[in-house]
Design a binder for this molecule. Structure first.
Ligand SMILES: NC(=O)c1ccc[n+]([C@@H]2O[C@H](COP(=O)([O-])OP(=O)(O)OC[C@H]3O[C@@H](n4cnc5c(N)ncnc54)[C@H](O)[C@@H]3O)[C@@H](O)[C@H]2O)c1
Length: 311
């Protein structure tokens, strides 16, 4: 199958590229290597083609018409909640107008399906946990708003042009290659500090929880979505809550290093808890997370330790 992975030089996208290539698919990565994103040219394997391009670029038409992808796996995005709050116009430009450019070119190239990286951020602070597909989406950031709007555009393009889609509302994805300098990945941020024998900052009281899902489980999900989950949106997590303090304690166990802790304030708009029931994804996509958090954290730690040797 010929597949374009937008954002394929980034953290999640590059693991999806690996999974597609392993199955013998033909992959083209389209990525702008955005300065505030986690995209790196070296994340793209040699067997994949690489086009350095912004998803908003009008030249996208040429790439799509020449390559004729059967599926587009759309992971390129402005993914920072903080940037979206400071600059909602930029966020909408990339996450809405960029998406529309991708969808229009996909229709012209007779692409069968788009797999879309949506987000748990589309739910904001829910009334009850766990979050399911029936939970009301009330996003509290421009980023959450544009991800939710994107899902509506996907529905429109399917109804109007027959372009199929599956939208995956990820919880907190973690694993190798996640940018340790980013804002989203507490696991990689903490691992970076532990490896440099530095202290970590724990905001609020550290008892706030998130649903951490391993990136290789997410890559396998994107393989299943090539053929399943037509026209639907799915909550993706482990249906478990883990506090920041638990992440810290697990890293102390893995590394044997008791990193000093500095308490920090509650960040504006931070939700207390998140937990995603993935029952619908299990039913429709035959997907379940397989990696226990402690094992995924160990693999991530080993990855960053190796990386440090060559830094
Ligand atoms: N990491 C998470 O926990 C998480 C959770 C929910 C949703 N998501 C979504 O998953 C996707 C991938 O996120 P990630 O964590 O791998 O981040 P990432 O920054 O590592 O990957 C995003 C990639 O998109 C590229 N990109 C950004 N703007 C672009 C543009 N205008 N044109 C072309 N390429 C552009 C970046 O260069 C980068 O390689 C994003 O859509 C994000 O919103 C991530």
């Amino acid at each position: 199958m010929r597949i374009i992975v937008t954002g394929g030089a980034g953290f999640i996208g590059s693991h999806i590229v690996d999974a597609y290539l392993a199955l013998g698919h033909d992959v083209l990565v389209l990525d702008s290597l955005w300065e505030h994103g986690g995209g790196r040219r070296q994340n793209v394997p040699e067997r994949a083609s690489f086009v350095h391009m912004d998803i908003r670029d009008q030249n996208l038409a040429r790439i799509f018409s020449e390559y004729k992808p059967e599926v587009v796996c759309h992971h390129a995005a402005q993914h920072s909640v903080a940037i979206s709050a400071r600059d909602p116009r930029y966020d909408a430009d990339v996450n809405v107008l960029g998406l529309i450019n991708v969808l229009e070119q996909a229709v012209k190239a007779q692409t069968r399906k788009v797999i879309f990286a949506s987000s748990g951020a589309t739910f904001g602070t829910p009334d009850a946990l766990p979050i399911r597909e029936t939970t009301a989406q009330r996003p509290t950031s421009p980023y959450g708003i544009t991800k939710m709007v994107a899902e509506h555009y996907l529905r429109f393009f399917k109804a109007e042009h027959g372009l199929d889609f599956t939208a995956l509302r990820y919880g907190n994805v973690y694993g190798p290659r996640q940018d340790p300098n980013g804002e989203a990945g507490v696991v990689s941020i903490f691992i970076g500090k532990f490896l440099q024998k530095q202290g970590v900052r724990i905001d609020w009281d550290g008892e706030q929880t998130r649903d951490y899902v391993y990136v290789k489980d997410v890559a396998r999900l994107n393989v299943l979505a090539l053929e399943r989950g037509s026209g639907n949106c799915y909550c993706i997590g482990t249906n478990q809550r883990t506090s920041v303090n638990q992440i810290y304690r697990s890293l102390v166990e893995i590394t044997g290093f008791q990193a000093p802790v500095t308490p920090g304030p509650k960040r504006a708009g931070d939700a207390r808890d998140a937990q995603f029931d993935y029952a619908l994804a299990r039913r429709d996509l035959d997907w379940e997370p397989q990696t226990h958090l402690i094992d995924g954290m160990r693999e991530t730690y080993e990855y960053f330790r190796e990386q440090m040797k060559f830094a």
